[in-house]
Ligand binder design. Structure first.
Ligand code: B1M
Length: 213
């Protein structure tokens, strides 16, 4: 069985330590960190499919997510590298009501690898917390909102309204992403950028950052 398949199986089985050891071994055998990362994302997608079809339930999804995060602890330094100088600040969080953060963490990692100073607000981030973070970082030009549930998508629009009400909306460009998000949704709520995956998000952050400098 290929190392990547073994990593995927260990993620699904929730064996975080195995995932870490297998990642080290795969890198040692010459696999690129980005290829390992993509394989891990695919493995989480397979977990999601099993949940969707009712083959597994939330607890199994949770243990897989934990194993994925353990793996990312090992992979992160290899992906982020020594990005010294910062090109700017990037405030990121998962929207209020939503506890999914694997994708958000990957986006944070990839944006950091492009030289940004990332301020991660975590999950279930209320609109006022985004407002406070922007006020505390007036030099921040780009913020990112991650959303994974159709039921929490309306909270993204509420967050944009809260930024406007607080008078900070024009200070930042807002990028939105997450499995259910589309460009049409982003346009419809008046956000500034959409990215379907973490690598694209890193490029989009750089593009949006330039637009306001
Ligand atoms: Co939940 N969950 N989950 N879940 N979960 C999904 C999202 C779901 C699609 C599963 C399914 O039904 N197939 C479904 C949502 C359906 C919908 O609304 N569309 C679902 C559900 C229903 C639920 C619960 C409601 C289940 C329940 O309790 N009945 C519940 C909700 C809890 C809550 O949030 N309030 C729930 C709970 C959970 C756990 C907490 C157990 C766990 C999350 C653990 C964690 O994140 N720490 C979990 C997990 C793991 C999943 C799945 C299996 C995997 C999500 C994931 O991490 N994918 C997921 C199924 C799926 O998505 N296929 C599912 C890997 C990750 C790398 O992909 O997050 O899409 P993703 O991120 C990508 C892109 O989206 C993009 O880049 C990332 C990397 O390439 N991206 C951005 C993400 N954020 C971005 C931001 C950007 C730009 C790009 O700019 C700022």
């Amino acid at each position: 069985m290929s190392k990547m398949l073994e990593i995927g199986a260990a993620i699904e089985a929730g064996k975080g330590k195995n995932v870490q050891d297998l990642i080290q071994a795969a890198i040692g055998e010459g696999m690129k960190p980005m290829d390992v990362l993509q394989g891990m994302i695919d493995a989480m997608g397979a977990v999601g499919e099993k949940f969707r079809t009712g083959e597994i339930y939330v607890p199994e999804m949770l243990i897989a997510a934990r194993a994925m995060k353990k793996g990312l602890e090992v992979l992160r330094p290899l992906v982020v590298g020594e990005s010294g100088a910062t090109v700017g600040k990037f405030i990121v969080g998962t929207v209020a009501g939503d506890l999914h953060d694997i994708g958000k963490n990957l986006v944070a990692m990839m944006v950091e690898s492009q030289g940004f100073d990332v301020i991660d607000l975590g999950v279930d981030v209320k609109a006022e917390k985004f407002v406070e973070a922007i006020k505390a970082n007036p030099d921040c030009r780009v913020i990112g909102i991650s959303v994974l549930l159709t039921t929490t998508m309306p909270a993204v629009k509420d967050t944009l309204s809260a930024l406007a009400a607080a008078g900070v909306r024009n200070q930042v460009k807002v990028m939105v992403g997450g499995a259910p998000v589309t460009q049409a949704f982003v346009d419809n709520i008046g956000a500034d950028g959409f990215a379907a995956d973490a690598a694209t998000a890193a490029g989009k952050a750089k593009e949006l950052n330039k637009r306001l400098n």
